[in-house]
Design a protein. Sequence first.
Length: 213
Amino acid sequence: MFRNSKELELSNSQYDRATYINHDLIFSDQYIEAIKKLGENKYVTKSIIASTRAMLTHHHGDKYEDLYFIDTETNKIRKRTDYKKETQKVEPSKSMIKMLKDNPNIVGIHNHPTSAPPSIGDIIVCAERKYKYGLVICHNGTIYQYKVFPNYNVYRVDSSLNIFSMEEASLINIIYDKEELKYRHNKNMSNLIDNLLGVGVELKEVLWYGENL
């Protein structure tokens, strides 16, 4: 059974506060409603909810990632949870690679302990594996959905992501002004979405943790 953040903090000094999961949001009805917006059938939706919560619970307070594949046609699930400590990343298993073959219905899901949006590496992988779409599940409760089109420009995508990261980092200076924080974040995100769409990537912020600040 999942223990709350305070219990985990007291029981294991290895946990990193910066990567604690936002338990209240992740296990809320709001989280469920956000995932429903992806438009999958009720069985796949339940699988996505269960998978996201499982990987976040697994990595509460650490810097590692899990990887799940869900076939939206059959609701078949494959996962990999044994990460490489050197890279903090996880690679698909042989059965997961087989699942990808000539299959346009695979959703690739992984967590981001730092709660950052999809990286340029995530975009490249999404294109190479030909996901139906990818989901980045953030420890703070934010959810990103992304699709990559064949003509995407990797260099301009990378530049857009870097600009967004710098703009978001500057928001630390206004963190206590909640209305200004929301306004600036929404503006940054809108610019990123528009910029990425122009260079072959469709990004959606399905849920932002700051909506309830």
